[in-house]
Structure formats: C-alpha cells, structure tokens
Design a protein around this ligand. Structure first.
Ligand SMILES: Nc1ncnc2c1ncn2[C@@H]1O[C@H](COP(=O)(O)OP(=O)(O)OP(=O)(O)O)[C@@H](O)[C@H]1O
Ligand SMILES: [Mg+2]
Length: 165
C-alpha cells in the first residue's frame, strides 16, 4: 500500500539513518533537504531556502503519492500542525500515513551531532550545543493520542535498541 512516511525528531535523533533504512527495505522515495542543499551548494543554515525547498518537496511528495509511490519525508516535523496537515492530506489522497518519532536525551543528541561532524557524513548540519538547546523548547513531541491517528509503521529492519516510536 502507498504510504506517506513522516520522520519526526530533533537534530541527531536518527531521522536520516532511519529513512535510509526504510528505503533500503522497500520501494520508497526519500526526500532529504540537507542532502539536496549540500549537493546544490546551498548554505545549510539558509532557513528561507530550506523552507522553500521543503514546501516544494511537499508538493512533489503529493504528486508521487497520487502515482502510487511511497515517500519518506525526514524534515523533523517539530510542530503538531505540520504533522496534522500532512496526515490529513495523505488521508484525502487515500494513502496510508506513518509517523516515526525518534527521541534521545539532549546530551546524546549533541554527542551524535559532534560525532557525525567529525566523521564528515554527507548532509550533516554542524549544529552547536547552544543552537541545539534553543531548539528543544520549540519541539512539540507527539503524544500517544496523536501517534494513534497514524497507521502502524511497517516493520523496519532496525538495529537492536534503536529508538523508534
Ligand atoms: N539510534 C542511534 N543510536 C546511536 N547513534 C545513532 C542512532 N541513530 C543515528 N545515530 C547516529 O547519530 C548521528 C545522527 O543521526 P542522523 O544523521 O540520522 O540524525 P538526523 O535526525 O537525521 O539529524 P539532522 O536533523 O541533523 O539531519 C549519525 O552519525 C548516526 O549514525
Ligand atoms: Mg538528517
């Protein structure tokens, strides 16, 4: 069944890692703003361009869903209203919709972001601890009640202990 797959979480939560694993295991298109911006030589902190790219990804995602193509979006979806919009649009298109919520303590997020930067992973935004701390209060974690509005995620072939839902 065609599905919209949303991956929600703060930087370093493991969204890109999970998204790569999902598309490795099933036919799905992954739209990752960080990788596109890096390939197009756009500053990863150019928030205006990021917003426009994400809006364009959303238009494109809906075109793909209409064609029966499963799509993975990994933009973080910090705000419930963004997740509601996407869930309702997917329902209107008659596709399934999954929400994968990834979380870890902020010290662990900072550790992972630093390790990722040191490893030079592609599309890795080098977020400082200070910037990460400003993000935390902006993040609206999905509640159990919200998660229940989505379809049960198909089994992802994940490493033991990986946080997912
Ligand atoms: N469950 C996990 N446990 C430990 N390390 C992890 C886990 N998931 C991902 N990582 C590692 O943490 C780093 C950050 O993961 P990833 O890039 O997937 O996060 P992200 O949520 O996509 O971050 P961003 O929002 O900045 O794109 C990577 O180096 C990744 O290998
Ligand atoms: Mg990522």
């Amino acid at each position: 069944m065609t599905r919209l797959i949303l991956i929600c979480g703060l930087p370093g939560a493991g969204k890109s890692t999970l998204a790569r694993r999902i598309v490795a295991g099933r036919p799905a298109v992954r739209l990752c703003p960080d990788e596109w911006m890096e390939d197009l030589r756009i500053d990863l902190f150019d928030e205006d361009t990021r917003d426009r790219l994400e809006r364009r990804f959303w238009v494109h995602a809906q075109e793909l869903l209409r064609l029966g193509q499963t799509v993975v979006l990994e933009s973080g979806f910090w705000v419930r209203a963004e997740r509601d919009e996407k869930r309702l649009a997917a329902r209107a298109l008659g596709t399934g919709v999954e929400l994968h919520y990834l979380t870890a303590p902020v010290d662990e997020l900072a550790r992972r972001i630093a390790a990722r930067a040191a490893a030079g992973e592609p599309g890795a935004v080098p977020i400082s601890r200070e910037l990460l701390d400003t993000y935390v209060p902006l993040f609206e974690a999905p509640t159990a009640e919200e998660l229940a509005l989505f379809d049960q995620p198909a089994e992802v072939n994940r490493a033991a202990g990986s946080p997912d839902r």
